[in-house]
Design a protein around this ligand. Structure first.
Ligand code: PLP
Length: 427
């Protein structure tokens, strides 16, 4: 038995399913999850000492690569001052100013400890502000595991075949309307039905929890216009896309302005951090300035703020996002070229530092139902082939892949050579 196999058996005795977050269990691909001991740059190392070129990046945060020296040194320095104070700090002010500078649609921001907290709180704020109960999301989009958002969700919920989780009372779920991604008509029909009841639309501006699906031209702009027409708030969930698709997120990339933005992953530099913010008149509705309650014992934690700030500072380097996008393009186009060479049908999508590949005959993947029709046997074979070759991809066909600045020519060339060998064997 490998050390990962032994640890997994041991873990299952005390941790449900052996993991602390479902997709990690490899249910989507079969086999034993690799237990990770350490990570550095573009590589993660498992408990058996095997190195992998990593395209998961802790599910998005590690955009500079693992164990980045400037983040590590900043954190090591900060721990000498204590781990948590439960009182305001200058670091939080600096963080708020930095976020607002990078994401111009945000006038004010509140720090939380996860993406789930960010989206859950933004929804509560939207409901409190508009005094409306219903919310509209999109099938296959994942916004964390708050009750109102685990309806027809993506990510692990989708991987496990349970996009709507048991444990959520029908009385809660009935307020969540689910439209079709990239289909404005499906959104309009809900607003025709409930013109004065929908508090907000929440969307992943590039869907990354049903593989990787960018918005078709005009879609985000259309949602903005519908929100304006009906007095609903537009929430862009940039937990995944924030500081990844561009310096100012997907909203900057596509030129669309939301009322509220949610952030997570990259903003914490690998520590547990989320944030939500937006227009001042809406944010002023939040306690203690306003009536909508939201709080957190560890919110704005000094170590987490230090790690996040070090990462955001490094991300402001000139030309960084162009370089990241070029690396991502090379991987996605390289996978496609190898698949074409070996006659295996594949489609790809990529934006900024995120990419997806689909084993399908269809060439343009813009909708959730196309993803569900992809060839899962091909995905599993490719996944395990790549893992054996030392390339760590997301263990689910419903997750986007991520590049980091630490992925150099060597790693990209090795990854593409591995893909060529694996696809050749799959013929
Ligand atoms: N929103 C999006 C778009 C996400 O991708 C995720 C997590 O993958 C979340 C929200 C939830 O974030 P967290 O896992 O930090 O709670």
């Amino acid at each position: 038995m490998t050390r990962s196999e032994t640890l997994f058996e041991q873990a299952k005795k005390t941790i449900p399913g052996g993991v602390n977050s479902p997709v990690r269990a490899f249910n989507g691909v079969g086999g034993t999850p690799r237990f990770i001991e350490k990570a550095d740059g573009a590589y993660i190392y498992d408990a058996d000492g095997k190195a992998y070129i990593d395209y998961v990046g802790s599910w998005g945060p590690m955009i500079l690569g693992h164990n980045h020296p400037s983040i590590r040194e900043a954190v090591l320095k900060a721990v000498h001052n204590g781990l948590s104070f439960g009182a305001p700090t200058e670091l939080e002010v600096i963080m708020a100013e930095k976020v607002i500078e990078m994401v111009p649609s945000m006038d004010q921001v509140r720090m939380v400890s996860s993406g789930t907290e960010a989206t859950m709180s933004a929804i509560r704020l939207a409901r409190g502000y508009t005094k409306r109960d219903k919310i509209l999301k999109f099938e296959g989009c994942y916004h964390g595991h708050a009750d109102c958002l685990l309806v027809k969700a993506g990510s692990g919920a989708l991987t496990l075949g349970q996009p709507s989780s048991p444990g959520i009372p029908e009385d809660f779920a009935k307020h969540t309307l689910t439209a079709v991604y990239n289909d404005l008509e499906s959104v309009q029909s809900f607003f025709d039905q409930y013109p004065e009841d929908i508090a907000c639309i929440i969307i992943e501006p590039v869907a990354g929890n049903m593989n990787c699906i960018p918005p078709v031209p005009g879609f985000l702009e259309g949602l903005r216009a519908i929100c304006d027409k009906y007095g609903a708030l537009f929430i862009i969930d940039e937990v995944m896309t924030g500081f990844r698709v561009s310096r100012s997120g997907a909203q900057g990339h596509y030129g669309v302005t939301p009322d509220l933005t949610t952030l997570g992953k990259v903003i914490g530099g690998g520590m547990p951090v989320g944030a939500f913010g937006g227009k001042k008149d809406v944010m002023q509705y939040l306690a203690p300035a306003g009536p909508v309650y939201q709080a957190g014992t560890l919110s704005g934690n000094p170590i987490a703020m230090t790690a996040g700030l070090a990462q955001l500072d490094a991300l402001c380097a000139d030309g960084l996002y162009e370089e990241l996008a070029a690396k991502t393009k090379r991987i996605a186009e390289g996978f496609k070229a190898a698949a074409d060479k070996h006659g295996i049908p594949m489609a790809i999508n990529y934006v900024g530092g995120m990419f997806g590949f689909f084993f399908t005959d269809e060439q343009h993947i813009t909708r959730f139902d196309q993803v569900t029709r992809c060839n899962m046997d091909h995905f599993r074979a490719f996944y395990h082939g790549m893992l054996d070759e030392g390339v760590y991809l997301a263990p689910s066909a419903y997750e986007a892949g991520f590049l980091s600045m630490a992925h150099g020519d060597k790693e990209i060339e090795e990854t593409l050579a591995a893909a060529d060998r694996v696809l050749a064997r799959m013929k």
